[in-house]
Write a protein that binds this ligand. Structure first.
Ligand code: URA
Length: 272
């Protein structure tokens, strides 16, 4: 490792540089030179009747499941999620699931908040720093805006159920990868199935695209009703809307979000 600068200003500048680059958490006590680490051996073609192939060594510090092929892990996730007979069981299964590497950089599982008996379930993308620290979805600034938007239609967290497609925070709040989403998707699908809300509000493009299979962007799909189909064949009305984090960055778009919440209100009142 390179020598660290010894004076305070240089150390502060180095720290600022890391924070700006998105490095906002330490994964280990000591740094590792990943370039100096041995590459996993590539399995060579086996001659006929050779002894069984050895699995490639898994990357350090990750349990075997998190280092397996994403399709294989997604299969394991589906299998495990299907076994959950209640939301409590599902949370416990998810807490013990080692297939998603995000679990190992996150502080907490942010499984859900609010009332699982509520008529509306809101699904976001992934927890941020506040959610990771507290262990519940939508706890930070986005969550506060979400609460204000719910209040405009007379709802609060005690009446709605809130979750994310990915329940662990991606380091530095990066976007979850398609593999991470594919691995976590069976769990959110089972969570929706078990909560069985009347309405699902997809907060932002990733939730809409991954839950509803929509290809178009959120600015096109928002405000239109879709059908979410559970694995056991139920149909739930689903409405994509803009993510509160986007509305914090683009306050003029709040009027669109407001319209979507009004549409939800009409549906709740049986007027849509
Ligand atoms: N953004 C999300 O999508 N989910 C959260 O829980 C917080 C911010």
């Amino acid at each position: 490792m390179q020598d660290l600068p010894s004076d305070r200003d240089a150390l502060q500048a180095l720290l600022d540089f890391h924070v700006e680059a998105g490095v906002d958490l330490a994964l280990d006590e000591t740094p590792h030179d990943r370039f100096a680490e041995r590459k996993p051996e590539v399995a060579k073609p086996q001659p006929p009747k050779a002894s069984p192939a050895q699995p490639a060594p898994s990357p350090r510090a990750l349990p075997k499941a998190a280092a397996s092929a994403p399709e294989e892990v997604a299969g394991m996730a589906r299998e495990q999620a299907r076994h959950a007979q209640s939301l409590e069981e599902l949370e416990a299964i998810l807490a013990g699931f080692d297939g998603c590497a995000l679990k190992f950089s996150a502080k907490n599982l942010a499984f859900a908040d609010g009332n699982p008996e509520g008529r509306v379930m809101l699904v976001g993308e992934a927890p941020g720093a506040d959610e990771d620290r507290i262990g519940k979805p939508f706890m930070g600034r986005s969550g506060q805006l979400l609460d204000r938007m719910l209040a405009t239609i007379g709802l609060d967290r005690s009446q709605v159920y809130v979750a994310n497609i990915v329940p662990w925070r991606p380091p530095g709040n990066r976007t979850p990868t398609p593999q991470e989403i594919a691995i976590c998707k069976p769990f959110i699908a089972r969570q929706i199935e078990l909560a069985s809300p009347e309405f699902v509000l997809c907060l932002g493009g990733p939730a809409a695209q991954n839950l509803l299979g929509i290809k178009e962007g959120i600015l096109r799909s928002r405000g239109r009703w879709f059908t979410y189909k559970t694995e056991d064949g139920r149909e739930i009305k689903a409405l994509p809307t803009l993510h509160p984090a986007y509305l914090l960055r683009q306050p003029l778009q709040k009027r669109l979000g407001w319209r979507d919440f009004q549409a939800l209100k009409r549906a709740l009142d049986g007027r849509e």
